[in-house]
Design a protein around this ligand. Structure first.
Ligand SMILES: N[C@@H](CCC(=O)N[C@@H](CS)C(=O)NCC(=O)O)C(=O)O
Length: 238
């Protein structure tokens, strides 16, 4: 049995982490039997981050490595039909979303004073006292430091929104004609991009990133289209 360890439901989201939802979509597309295992503390994961996959004792941590593993397991079921140029586009947009736009979504949840109480409630309510009182502030400090080191954290909020808008413009200009990133072909690359957009759009309540993404209706439509095609939604209630 394949077990996919993911961030537990929070903020009205069923599969809360974009990287976990991306893997879930891939498992569904490959029609593999699997179980989602909500895992509250990422520090218990082999690389301290979620998701990770346990495939009958073979443990793979990191969503991209999980997809590579699943591709090998199914003899090219995820990437085998893609040409070089399609892979190039896919990898480039994946990096844009997961290594850049992702951080604005994280910042909008963790570093906004008004939104942070939802992080405390969503991620740490199950922790025993006194950890429940101590860990959120420590984790927030780490997120602030990481956002600073990444670089986006050095900009004003308006500048951060500007970076996010330019990422979203690139996505919309690429998927606008659609229906998918690579045209008619739904691909594994759509799973990662749509998962991030869906989580940021549907987290309750809205963050400043929800509002920024809503300015781009084709991005909203694309996230819905991919979730419908993949048969997995980020939000709890569809
Ligand atoms: N590159 C990793 C990123 C995974 C990731 O950043 N997961 C976040 C949740 S969305 C996490 O576990 N963060 C916990 C931490 O950094 O301590 C992947 O693709 O799996």
């Amino acid at each position: 049995m394949i077990r996919l360890h993911v961030i537990p439901p929070a903020f009205g989201l069923r599969n809360t982490g974009p990287f976990g939802l991306k893997c879930e979509m891939a498992l569904l597309q490959l029609k593999l039997d699997f179980e989602l295992v909500p895992t509250a503390d990422p520090r218990s994961a082999p690389k301290g981050k979620l998701p990770y996959l346990d495939d009958g004792g073979t443990v793979v941590a990191d969503s991209e490595l999980i997809l590579q593993h699943l591709d090998r397991r199914t003899k090219g079921g995820l990437y085998g039909h893609l040409g070089d140029e399609e892979r190039a586009d896919g990898v480039a947009f994946t990096r844009l979303v997961e290594e850049h736009l992702y951080w604005t979504v994280v910042a909008a949840r963790w570093l906004d004073d008004d939104w942070f109480p939802h992080v405390e409630q969503g991620f740490f309510a199950s922790f025993p006292v006194p950890l429940r009182w101590i860990v959120p502030a420590l984790a927030r400090r780490e997120v602030r430091r990481t956002y600073w080191l990444q670089g986006l954290g050095r900009h004003t909020l308006e500048e951060q929104k500007g970076f996010a808008r330019r990422d979203l413009e690139a996505i919309v200009n690429k998927v606008g004609a659609g229906p998918y990133l690579l045209g008619e072909k739904l691909s594994v690359f759509d799973f990662g991009i749509a998962s991030l957009l869906a989580g940021a759009l549907d987290n309750q309540p809205a963050t400043w990133m929800t509002d920024v993404i809503r300015e781009f209706q084709p991005a909203v439509d694309y996230a819905e289209r991919v979730q419908a095609a993949a048969g997995a939604y980020c939000r709890e209630h569809v």
